[in-house]
Structure formats: structure tokens, C-alpha cells
Design a protein around this ligand. Structure first.
Ligand code: ZN
Length: 499
């Protein structure tokens, strides 16, 4: 039982945290899109201070004790108990870190992002390496404070995807490798799909025009709740269900890059937009786990965005915008080319089939980094060797190799595996969706909202109310089963390449 006074205290506390969160999200969006780099040090110091204030609130000892009572209080409703539990768990994980160390680490992360960007532009890993070294040191020390008997990397995996660990991912990735590597090898032995027309010159301004005037309206991503900007590494941030920002990056030699990244990021934004508004401002108003979030973005990108039905509705307008580049191309040729499996250097540009191998590479490297088998000085060489071994490609520079992803500069480790796991969640969810509604007809007739409404009802509206395995169960009526994913890929690519 908690008193009225305690309830008020709790409500005020939740509101204050959401205010800090909103400020920090907006500062991050600004930093990664339009903020002039020279103002970086000034901003980074103040952003770190704000993070410290939020940290103090989140780990407030009095509130920590109240949360511990609330999470098990049978007089409270299920929503409140769940929110109290998640807040308590979050505090329990960070309360052991000294505040000054936390603030210093936040400032380091802000500086590391700037350094990563400079290193990438200069194509020089040595600019970023000292920052990465310090980030890893901090991570190891912070996780050590928790005093858990689990390995550091297991704890990181669990933080990103509750319930996951190395043993479970090892089993998943063993199947991924066993089933997909032979398939990729069979494909490399047959003649490739011609996708050269996707790599003609596509001026960024025209791509942007198509996206704003055609693609975003089709996806129902409207200015009353969303806004798209440009950045180096596309991401989505939100403050509440009615303010979900996305970003994209236009490549003038690859028209599908920003198209699919836009569909992906709008998938994340739509998830947040569709969460039950009664959770607004609370810890429940968030996709429940990293993999569940990626499942929704990758479902939109791959299971909707790469279908013929999707492009039957959208290709005519794209062709009209680019008559010279796409004039003689049919919608079937466009879709085939957009699905071609071509082992490459860049994860974000990868096709559906080779994509999980990019993840396997990062997963294995992170494991070795945190289990002490390799250090930051070995990273570039290990990276390049793994690309040769798993994907058969030579990495020509750091920019398209070790420096391609933003994640490590943000201190995000154990996140990459959730992309592959999310793809597997997506396969199972879309399987059920196709039993319930005519997905192709909805896409073809520009009724993308019908698919989004199905996802809203079956996945999105829960937010953090249940954990990921429970949401899969509720949405599909089954336990999670990654065979849907691997079966789909085998079926799709055997058909596409007529193997
Ligand atoms: Zn994503």
C-alpha cells in the first residue's frame, strides 16, 4: 500500500525524468543533424551535466526504496507495478556508479561521437581508437560495479534484450551461419541479378523531393507527428507519441539506400507513435526491447518495403521523378534488383540475405573484446579478416570497414545482435499478419495504414507493458521460433535466383 503523498511524489518524479529525457533527446537530434561542429565542446559539457541531473533523479535513494515497494504491491494496477519494476531495475543497474564518473563518461561519449565522425571523414581509425579504448575501459568498470556473476558481455546482451545471453545468441547464429553461408555460396556461383540501374546518378535534391512528396505520405508519416532530417548515420528519436523524428542519408550513386532506410526509420517512429497514449511520459511508452524495435523497422523495410506489391504502388512516381535513370526499367526488374544478394562492405546497405553475416561479425568481435581475447589495436585487422572469411570481400579502407557504424562511439555494445534477432521476430510476426489481412492488396492500393493498424493492435500499443517473448506470444499465438526467418530467406532467395 502506498500513500497519496507517495503517489504524488512518484508522479512528479516520472514527470521530471520525462522532461530531462525530452531535453536530452532534442539536443542529440540537433547534434547529429544540424548543429555546427565547432560548438561541440560547449554543448557536450552541458549535455553531460544534464545527464548527471537525470542520473541523480533516477537513482534517488528515497525513490529507489519506494519503487522497490511499488513493484510488488498487489494494491496497485498491473501497469503501475510494471512501470515501477522497470524504473527500479534501471536504477538498480546504475545506482552503483559514482555520479562524477557517470558524468565524465557521458561527456566522453559526446566527444567520442565527434571523434568518430572526424575519423570517418579522414578515413583514419587511429583518431577514434583512443576514445574507443576509454569507452571500453569505462564499460568494464561500470559493469564491474554491479557485482553480477554473469560475464560483462552477457550483461550487455541482457540490457539490450532482456533474457538473452551469449549461449542463446551462439545457438541462433550457429543456425544462421549453417543455413545462410551455403546459400550465399550457391548464389555466387550463378549469374548475378543486374542492379546497375540502381547505381546511376540520382541527385540528392530529387531523391528528397520523391521522399517528401510521395514516400512519406504513403507511409502515413505526417508532419503533425513526425519530421525527417538528414544525418551521417540514420536514426530515430522521439519525445512522445506525437513527436517522432527520423533521419536519412541520400547517396547519389544508390537510389535505394535512402528509400529503404526511410522505410526502416519510419517503422521505428510508427512503433512509438502507436503506443497507447495512456503510457505517455512513463517508462512504458517505449518499444520493449532493442530487438522488438528492430523487428518493427525491419518488418517495414524488408517484409513490406521490398515486395512487388509495395512498388506497384510506388514505382510509377519514382520513375516519373527519374525518367532517365529508370525509364526503361519495369517494376519487376526494380524489385528483383532491390533484393539482389551481393556480399558487400556496408551493413546498412546490405541485402536481407547477407545482412545477418554483418551482424555475426560484430557479435563475434564484441564477444572477443569484452572477454579480453582482443584489444582495440587488433580491431581493424580482425574486422577485415572476418569480412574476407564470411563475406568474401576485401575491406579497402577504414571508412567502409571498422569506422562504418556509429554504435561503439555511443558506448552501445551488445546492440548489434538485436538487429538479426529482430529480423527473426519480424518474420514470425508477418507470417501471422498475412494470415489475418491481405497485406499485398493493402500495399498495392496505397493502404499501408492497414498493415500499420494490424501492428498497432498486435504489437505496438503494448509499449513496454510486456516483455518481448510475451508480445510475440500474444501477436502470433506461438513461442518465438527463428525458423520462420531462415525458412523465409531460403524460400525467397531460392526462388529469386532459380536455384
Ligand atoms: Zn533500426
Amino acid at each position: 500500500m502506498i500513500s497519496q503523498e507517495e503517489q504524488k511524489k512518484y508522479n512528479d518524479w516520472v514527470f521530471q525524468i520525462s522532461a530531462y529525457q525530452m531535453a536530452l533527446a532534442l539536443i542529440s537530434i540537433d547534434k547529429m543533424t544540424v548543429a555546427p561542429p565547432a560548438g561541440g565542446p560547449y554543448r557536450d559539457a552541458r549535455t553531460a551535466w544534464l545527464s548527471g541531473e537525470k542520473f541523480s533523479l533516477e537513482t534517488d535513494p528515497e525513490m529507489f526504496r519506494l519503487l522497490a515497494r511499488m513493484k510488488d504491491d498487489p494494491d496497485l494496477d498491473g501497469d503501475t507495478r510494471r512501470a515501477a519494476f522497470l524504473n527500479w531495475q534501471k536504477a538498480a543497474r546504475t545506482v552503483c556508479i559514482p555520479k562524477d564518473e557517470f558524468v565524465a563518461s557521458e561527456e566522453l561519449l559526446n566527444q567520442a561521437y565527434d571523434a568518430w565522425l572526424r575519423a570517418k571523414m579522414a578515413d583514419d581509425y587511429s583518431i577514434f581508437r583512443p576514445y574507443l579504448e576509454k569507452i571500453i575501459e569505462n564499460k568494464k568498470r561500470f559493469y564491474g560495479f554491479r557485482g553480477s556473476s554473469a560475464s560483462i558481455y552477457d550483461q550487455m546482451l541482457d540490457d539490450n534484450e532482456p533474457g538473452m545471453n551469449e549461449a542463446k545468441y551462439d545457438a541462433f547464429f550457429a543456425d544462421v551461419k549453417a543455413r545462410l553461408i551455403p546459400l550465399i555460396q550457391r548464389i555466387s556461383a550463378v549469374s548475378p541479378i543486374d542492379d546497375s540501374f540502381l547505381h546511376r546518378f540520382y541527385p540528392a535534391a530529387q531523391q528528397k523531393k520523391f521522399t517528401n512528396e510521395h514516400l512519406l505520405p504513403y507511409l502515413r508519416y505526417t508532419p503533425d507527428w513526425g519530421y525527417q532530417n538528414e544525418t551521417e548515420h540514420p536514426f530515430t528519436y522521439w519525445t512522445c507519441e506525437d513527436d517522432c523524428r527520423t533521419t536519412t542519408k541520400y547517396l547519389e550513386n544508390s537510389v535505394t539506400s535512402s528509400l529503404f532506410s526511410t522505410i526502416h526509420e519510419v517503422g521505428h517512429a510508427t512503433f512509438e507513435h502507436n503506443i497507447d497514449p495512456k503510457y505517455d511520459g512513463t517508462i512504458l511508452a517505449e518499444g520493449v526491447s532493442a530487438a522488438m524495435h528492430e523487428s518493427q523497422s525491419r518488418l517495414c523495410e524488408n517484409y513490406l518495403g521490398r515486395t512487388t506489391a509495395f512498388w506497384e504502388a510506388n514505382f510509377p512516381a519514382l520513375q516519373k521523378e527519374f525518367p532517365e535513370q529508370l525509364g526503361g526499367v519495369t517494376v519487376q526488374q526494380f524489385v528483383r534488383a532491390s533484393n539482389a544478394a551481393v556480399p558487400g562492405l556496408l551493413r546498412t546497405e546490405a541485402d536481407e540475405l547477407t545482412y545477418p553475416l554483418h551482424i555475426v561479425i560484430r557479435y563475434e568481435i564484441e564477444k572477443d573484446l569484452f572477454d579480453g581475447r582482443i584489444g582495440t589495436e587488433d580491431l581493424e585487422q580482425v574486422w577485415n579478416e572476418k569480412y574476407r572469411e564470411y563475406l568474401g570481400v576485401e575491406v579497402p579502407n577504414s571508412r567502409d570497414g571498422i569506422l562504418q557504424d556509429v554504435h561503439w562511439s555511443e558506448g552501445s555494445f551488445g546492440y548489434f545482435p538485436t538487429y538479426a534477432l529482430g529480423s527473426a521476430y519480424a518474420a514470425q510476426i508477418v507470417h501471422k499478419m498475412r494470415q489475418d489481412i491481405d497485406v499485398d492488396e493493402a500495399l498495392r492500393s496505397s493502404r499501408y495504414d492497414i498493415c500499420m493498424n494490424w501492428l498497432k493492435e498486435n504489437v505496438h500499443h503494448y509499449g513496454c507493458r510486456y516483455d518481448a517473448p510475451e508480445i510475440i506470444r500474444r501477436a502470433t499465438g506461438e513461442e518465438f521460433n527463428w525458423n520462420y526467418y531462415l525458412d523465409d530467406l531460403e524460400e525467397k532467395y531460392t526462388r529469386l535466383y532459380q536455384l
